[in-house]
Structure formats: structure tokens, C-alpha cells
Design a protein around this ligand. Structure first.
Ligand SMILES: *Cc1c(COP(=O)(O)O)cnc(C)c1O
Length: 407
């Protein structure tokens, strides 16, 4: 990696994050503590939901959400083929079958007009993704789910801080899940967060994230006065009075907890969320201004009811370009040390899905056509004006057909 390289993404970390992580490290309490509790509280306040359950990744959160809803072998879950693989893999984790619905070419989310036709008596949930953080159609999915009495799981891993008709991403599903991998709006290194208004579901997720232990009746993370951290089998940082339940396992659970160090990072990022989103919005606007007049390039469309927090900035070449030409544009950008990527290859055409379910090209034509022509440009809040200029100049040059054929 050279000093001139412009990466695809970059986390927005300041002294606030570093200081809080170091302070937490010095505190000696490294798991199940006040940082996790605070991170959860800040999330419920931001998203406007009753409960939040921090966990080790967005994938872990989605897995637990499906388990808590009772989705299992023989069930079907409706989802999008145009997403990061995790949103579909979690359906396989619980032994259910993903049923894909082709996307709307504008929003790049599942086409609501095709959704109802995919519902069968086996449909146990609709798992909708706010692809690239676009919340369009979420309220329509919500209505369809309600009409059929099927829970809506909102994979809002790419959408923290987005809103639609005044409602925050994460507030549409029976349960929503955020992800905090370093390329998301905010990061904990690795991490995720389940949000819901359903207390039973939240408690079930709390139990599942910690080896199926009973959920303490006392508020999460509260340590009785005068108690000493237990040692040995109770694990570090567990109050002695909790030891009884620490070794009771009511169900098959997992270790999907978020450490206090990760949670501290999340708390600091959450404090800066508005500032982080503002910077991302500025970069998105700068890209749009510079690329508006590039022929044959479709810029991200945001309808007037949606406010984006900008997960990525993904442009699309017009239908005249082939997948190979798109790949050449990306390769050309990379030769200039510009991080560009083909977000996302279709899930149903991944080797393992084709093998297992027999999918073939042509099954979801809109998703496939979009997927063949999208290009994610470098995108993060600290991207400088001169860097944006350079990316746009290089991109303009690369999409020029004459330059493509010369390789
Ligand atoms: C990032 C992401 C996830 C979760 O990813 P983790 O790396 O497990 O946190 C899930 N779904 C989508 C659509 C994502 O973009």
C-alpha cells in the first residue's frame, strides 16, 4: 500500500474513541459491563426503539434474530439477491431456505410489487435489506408483512442514521440489526446491535448471545454494591451473586457477546454520529456534483422521502456497458491506486448457492444486470476535495469507451 493510495473506505477514529477504549482497558472490566449497557442505551435513544442488544457482529445479530423468531428447518425466508452475503447466509444457519425476490432498479432493494407473489404457507419471515443504506420501500414491506402476519426482519447493517418519512432505519422491522464492521457508518472493529420493541425477543437474544444463560432479572450490567468480581468459572467481571445463573444454560446459546473494549469504541462513535454522518453527506454531495454530467453513468438515486447517512457511494454504468467493461474500469482505477469495488455480486450466483440450490444466470435479471455494472468509489468522511477530484477525473477517463478498449 503506497502513501498515495485512496482506499475504498476508512474508519473515522479520533482521540475520543482512543481515550475511551484505553480508559476501559485500564478499568479492568473487559466484558459484560457499563460500556455495553451505555452503547445499547444510546442506540435505543437514537433509533427510537425500546430494546437494544449489542453483539459480536451484524451477522451474529441477524442469526439470533431469526432464532428468536423461531425460524428453522423447512421454513422459507424472503430476501434480496443483491446484498452482502451475510443477509442470506443467516437464513441457512437456522436451516431455512432463502427465497429471493428481484430488486427495483432505482432503490436496489427488493421490488415490493414482486414480494407478495413469493409468500407461501412456509414463509416464516421477510428479511429486508436497506441496500447501500437506502431505506426506500421499508414501510411497504412493513405493511405487506403485517397483512400476512409474517415478521419483518430489517437488515439495517448499512443504514445507521438513515431515515424515511421521519422514521429511523431500524424502526421498521419487528426486529432490526445494525453492523459495525470498519466500513460501516460507525464501527466497533467488529460488532452488531439488535433493536426491537419486543421485550421477549430482546431477552431471548440476550440469552442466546451468552451461551443460553437465563437473562438476569436485574438491569443488564448492574453490579450489586459491595460485590467482588468472581474468578475462575464465573469468568472475569461477573458479580459473585450472578454465579448461580452463570452456570445454568436454559437453551443452546452462543458466545456472541461484544467486549467492553469494542463497546467503548461504539459509545464514542455513537457520540459523534451526527458529525460522522454530516461529513459523509458532504462527500456524497461532492461526488454527485462532479459526476452529474458524465455520460452513461447512473448516480445513486435518493427519493424525496428518504434521508441517507451514506454507507457507500455506488455508481452504475448504463446498460450499454458489459460486465467485462465494468471490471476494466475498476481495474483501471486500481492501477491509479484508487480503491474501487464491484458491490455486490449477486448472492444466488455465488458458487456455493448455485451448487446447493441450482441457481443460474437469468434467475433474477434485474439484480444481475445491476450487479454487472455497479462500481463503489472510495468513500469515507475524511476524503479530501483534491482526492475526490482525482477519483472523479480518473473515473471519467476510465469510463470513456476508447480508454476501456485500450485496457
Ligand atoms: C455488513 C453487513 C452485515 C453484517 O456484517 P458483519 O460483518 O457480520 O458485521 C449484514 N448484512 C449486510 C447487508 C451488511 O452490509
Amino acid at each position: 500500500m503506497s502513501v498515495h493510495e485512496i482506499p475504498l473506505s476508512k474508519p473515522d477514529i479520533t482521540d475520543l474513541e482512543i481515550d475511551l477504549v484505553v480508559k476501559t482497558l485500564r478499568s479492568g472490566r473487559l466484558s459484560i459491563g457499563p460500556m455495553q449497557e451505555l452503547f445499547e442505551k444510546m442506540t435505543t435513544a437514537r433509533v427510537g426503539r425500546e430494546h437494544a442488544v449489542a453483539c459480536s457482529s451484524g451477522t451474529a445479530g441477524l442469526h439470533m434474530a431469526l432464532l428468536a423468531l423461531g425460524v428453522g428447518p423447512g421454513d422459507e425466508v424472503i430476501t434480496t439477491p443483491f446484498s452482502f452475503i451475510a443477509s442470506s447466509n443467516v437464513i441457512l444457519y437456522v436451516g431455512a431456505k432463502p427465497v429471493f425476490v428481484d430488486i427495483c432498479p432505482k432503490s436496489l432493494n427488493m421490488d415490493p410489487s414482486k414480494l407478495e407473489a413469493a409468500i407461501t404457507p412456509r414463509t416464516k419471515a421477510i428479511l429486508a435489506v436497506e441496500t447501500f443504506g437506502n431505506p426506500m420501500h421499508m414501510e411497504t414491506y412493513e405493511q405487506i408483512a403485517a397483512r400476512h402476519e409474517i415478521p419483518l426482519v430489517e437488515d439495517c447493517c448499512e443504514a445507521l442514521g438513515c431515515s424515511r418519512k421521519g422514521r429511523q432505519a431500524g424502526s421498521f422491522g419487528r426486529v432490526g440489526v445494525f453492523g459495525f464492521y470498519p466500513n460501516k457508518q460507525i464501527t466497533t472493529g467488529e460488532g452488531g446491535m439488535i433493536v426491537t420493541d419486543d421485550k421477549r425477543l430482546a431477552d431471548l437474544c440476550r440469552s442466546l448471545r451468552s451461551q443460553g444463560r437465563p437473562v438476569p432479572t436485574m438491569p443488564q450490567g448492574t453490579v450489586p454494591a459491595g460485590s467482588t468480581p468472581a474468578v475462575g468459572m464465573g469468568g472475569p467481571g461477573v458479580a459473585a451473586s450472578h454465579l448461580g445463573s452463570w452456570l445454568t444454560h436454559e437453551r443452546l446459546g452462543y458466545n456472541y457477546r461484544l467486549s467492553e473494549l469494542h463497546a467503548a469504541l461504539g459509545v464514542a462513535q455513537m457520540k459523534r454520529l451526527n458529525e460522522i454522518i454530516e461529513r459523509r453527506q458532504k462527500v456524497a454531495t461532492a461526488y454527485t456534483q462532479r459526476l452529474l454530467d458524465v455520460p452513461d453513468v447512473i448516480l445513486p438515486t435518493v427519493d424525496q422521502d428518504s434521508v441517507m447517512s451514506w454507507f457507500v457511494y455506488v455508481v452504475r454504468l448504463s446498460a450499454e456497458y458489459t460486465r467485462q467493461e465494468r471490471d476494466e474500469v475498476i481495474a483501471g482505477m486500481r492501477r491509479h491506486e484508487i480503491g474501487a469495488a464491484d458491490y455486490f455480486p449477486c448472492i444466488h450466483l455465488q458458487p456455493f448457492y448455485r451448487e446447493r440450490f441450482g441457481y443460474a444466470p437469468g434467475d433474477y435479471p434485474i439484480a444481475e444486470s445491476v450487479s454487472a455494472r455497479t462500481i463503489a468509489l472510495p468513500f469515507f468522511g475524511s476524503l479530501r476535495e483534491d482526492e475526490i477530484d482525482f477519483v472523479c477525473r480518473t473515473f471519467r477517463h476510465m469510463v470513456d469507451r476508447q480508454n476501456i478498449t485500450r485496457g
